[in-house]
Design a binder for this molecule. Structure first.
Ligand code: COA
Length: 290
């Protein structure tokens, strides 16, 4: 088992003044990067410091050979309580429009980076997930929640619209009536309801969540990585295309993928048709034999 940890957790004598570098933690274990929002004392709300550090961590992990899948989760009771009302809103607003735009760029920047990440990504929602948290939630390719995790567009409760993409995320993932109810009522839904409403793939009892996510990550890590990147990008892109445009895009996306890895798919065909060592309908070809 290989393990490489980010900095150890600080002693937290003054937890609210956590150093920027300590606002995100990660471990890499057997091909899975477990990245954690690391401000549990602030329910992992996203401050400018955390947003900057998260971008650094994503940078560091994206092209590492020992990382096949990235999981984003939270330390403590929260996944993320959304934007930091004090440090992200009040304090940056005090700095004027330039400071506000800078803080927005830093937050939206890492969410966008995650949406188009090289490796497959999984949100493991262990607890509270509010407002701005929907940005990284949507950015992850798959999402798994604890049964008792709580999801909410709480913005309406403190007097703003669900911004930072949160309205768009609700509209993308939920049926219209549910999205509208969610945005206007400011009521929370639990993990199981989040499955029903389309926000996450599955919900599990908290003690089983990590094992299920690990199982999924292991399956992903056995697939052809070029095909995974092409497939995840295509799934996001085709959402706003006509059928004809999507058809054309998919032909070209596969041809572009072939220029990165033309051998993989040929090996996939060979192991099925010639070697008869696996069936694509039942699992992935053995990429170690290529
Ligand atoms: N922004 C700034 N600070 C936040 C925060 C946020 N989004 N969420 C939590 N915190 C802070 C609290 O102010 C508190 O700080 P303090 O210890 O200095 O007083 C600390 O984190 C712990 O929060 P607390 O409210 O005591 O925890 P809780 O477990 O009782 O409640 C929540 C958890 C998530 C329900 C509650 O913190 C909350 O409603 N947070 C705001 C959610 C929200 O609307 N987010 C904005 C979306 S854009």
């Amino acid at each position: 088992m290989t393990s490489k940890s980010a900095r150890a957790k600080p002693s937290a004598a003054q937890p609210s003044e956590r150093a920027e570098v300590d606002t995100v933690a990660f471990d890499v274990v057997e091909g899975i990067a477990w990245v954690r929002f690391n401000r549990p004392e602030k329910r992992n709300c996203m401050s400018p410091k955390l947003n900057r550090q998260m971008m650094r961590v994503l940078d560091e992990l994206e092209f590492r050979d020992d990382v096949q899948v990235l999981v984003l989760t939270g330390e403590g009771a929260a996944w993320s309580a959304g934007m930091d009302l004090k440090e992200y809103f009040r304090e940056t607003e005090a700095g004027g429009l330039g400071a506000v735009r800078q803080a927005q760029r830093e937050a939206y920047g890492w969410w966008r980076r995650l949406r188009w990440y090289q490796k497959p990504t999984i949100a493991m929602v262990n607890g509270w997930c509010f407002g701005g948290g929907y940005g990284p939630l949507f950015a992850c390719d798959l999402a798994f929640a604890a049964d008792d995790a709580q999801f909410g567009l709480s913005e309406i409760n403190w007097g703003i619209l669900p911004g930072g993409g949160a309205t768009k995320v609700a509209r993308e993932l939920m049926p219209f009536r549910r999205a509208m109810y969610h945005a206007l009522m400011g009521e929370n839904i639990d993990g199981r309801t989040a499955v029903e409403w389309g926000l996450v793939n599955e919900a599990h009892p908290g003690e089983r969540l990590r094992a299920r996510v690990e199982e999924v990550a292991k399956v992903l890590s056995q697939k052809n990585p070029v095909a995974l990147k092409a497939a995840k990008d295509a799934m996001r892109r085709v959402g706003e295309m006509t059928y004809d445009n999507a058809e054309d895009y998919l032909v070209r996306a596969q041809e572009a993928a072939n220029s990165f890895d033309d051998h993989g798919r040929k090996e996939g065909i060979k192991q099925f048709i010639d070697d008869k060592t696996y069936k694509p309908g039942l699992g992935a070809y053995d990429k170690k034999r290529t």
